[in-house]
Design a protein around this ligand. Structure first.
Ligand code: LLP
Length: 423
């Protein structure tokens, strides 16, 4: 994003042109930024450990166009559900290019997962006999809960540790692989996902050590060769201007050091190193453009926009900060203002006090930063406020990559029994 002649641009396109062509609220992604993010991260890790691969966790932004960008860079796909496996297929990936890391799977999920031939990553030992009832995965890993998790998103996003619902307890890991080996499974990997939005480089080698100590003992005891070890996602981005950036180079170098040392310590055949980030690739490459529709001066002055908690739920759900720019007014003097969306819920009053241009007026455009990850993917249609359109920008070109929802979409799957229909 750049401000040129006081006008906000994404890539080389003025947000006012995007708003005029596609309407608001609107999700906009900058392709070059996604590619830059991916390459920076890939180069950092592969430099220190060449047998390295990223799997993009498609849950963060599941538009097939965005997934296609990451796939074209060489990423596999991390799928949380059968539908995400189908999405991977739509963008050309299947088999061992896809990792299926669901949790609390149904029999239906298991059957469809097995049929698709993707890498099965089991969240619990209890899933193994249920999987074996339907077939034997070609390659299997377990998601280990190393007993420690961390998050910059707050207590709401807990991916590991005693309070997380995810992963196999360290004491059950050897037993899990033993049962799998006894069942005739021959190819193995290991996985963890302990952190969310971490910008402290030292966290990554620390958790790598935790996993390697658990998995190393298991490998040694059972004589298992781990083909890959997946350290999960969690590469963080700053949301506030004063937050630190993750020093990727430092994180990658230290992770590779620990990884190699532990591989040697436990006599493991050197596995492929994998990670499955999402936020780092797409988070800062996505924006929401919204419009100010009305301004109210009551107990407080409240700026009413069409960006509600249904459009971007992170501020309300996690108390997350997203910076807001006002097109054409960034140089104006500021005052403390409140801002909200259009829903009939007071949680939709998602900014209680923020320094915003005091000249803000009806018709102005706002641009919300860092909305590419867990933005559109977590949007919903409450109050008949439907999901926005998505647009991809590359330099001065732009493409609609998801149509705005309409009333027809809102009622598409509903049915009124004939007896209830008004004659
Ligand atoms: N792998 C697994 C198994 C995951 O569960 C996740 C995210 C990722 C990878 C990608 O993690 P990332 O690199 O993006 O940190 N909605 C929250 C974040 C929830 C994270 C869910 N799992 C938010 O808006 O901050």
């Amino acid at each position: 994003m750049k401000i040129k002649d006081n006008k906000i641009h994404i890539g080389k396109v003025a947000v006012s042109d995007l708003a005029e062509e596609y309407g608001t609220p609107l999700y906009v992604y900058d392709e070059e930024k996604i590619r830059d993010n991916y390459r920076r991260a890939f180069n950092a890790f592969s430099k220190h450990y060449p047998d390295f691969r990223f799997f993009y966790a498609v849950k963060a932004c599941n538009n097939p166009a965005i997934a296609s960008i990451l796939v074209s860079e060489g990423a596999g796909i991390d799928a949380a559900s059968v539908n995400e496996i189908l999405l991977a297929k739509q963008v050309g990936l299947g088999g061992e290019d896809v990792m299926f890391s669901g949790n609390f799977l149904s029999d239906e999920d298991i059957k469809k997962g097995l049929d698709s031939g993707v890498i099965f990553n089991l969240d619990d030992i209890s899933l193994l006999p249920r999987v074996l009832k339907f077939g034997k995965p070609e390659i299997l890993s377990f998601r280990v809960n190393p007993g420690y998790g961390r998050s910059n998103v707050g207590e709401f996003v807990t991916n590991a540790g005693p309070n997380a619902k995810f992963g196999v307890h360290p004491d059950q890991v050897t037993q899990a692989y033993k049962l799998a080996k006894e069942a005739g499974i021959k190819r193995f990997g290991a996985h963890m996902m302990p952190g969310s939005c971490i910008t402290d480089a030292d966290y990554f080698p620390f958790v790598t050590g935790l996993l390697m100590d658990i998995i190393g003992k298991t490998g040694k005891e059972l004589g298992i060769k781990f083909e890959f070890i997946d350290l999960g996602g969690g590469l963080g981005i700053p949301y506030r201007g004063d937050e630190e950036h993750l020093d990727l180079e430092d994180a990658a170098r230290k992770v590779a050091e620990v990884f190699k040392a532990k591989t040697a310590e436990y006599g493991l055949h050197p596995p492929r190193l994998m990670m499955e980030p999402a936020r780092y690739f797409v988070g800062n490459a996505g924006y929401v453009i919204g419009k100010v529709h009305s301004i109210k001066s009551s107990y407080k002055k409240i700026i009413g926009t069409d960006v509600g908690m249904n459009t971007l739920c992170r501020p309300v759900m996690y108390g997350s900060y997203h910076h807001i720019f006002v097109d054409g007014k960034e140089n104006d003097s500021r005052e403390k203002l409140a801002l909200c969306g259009q829903l009939c819920e007071n949680t939709d009053y998602w900014v209680k006090e923020r320094d915003l241009p005091s000249t803000i007026a009806e018709g102005d455009l706002i641009v919300i930063e860092n909305a590419g990850a867990y933005g559109f993917a977590m949007s919903y249609q409450y109050n008949g406020r439907l999901r926005p359109a998505e647009v991809l920008v590359k330099k001065s070109k732009h493409w609609l990559i998801r149509k705005r929802e309409t009333y027809k979409d809102m009622v598409a799957n509903t049915k009124v029994p004939r007896r209830l229909k008004k004659k």
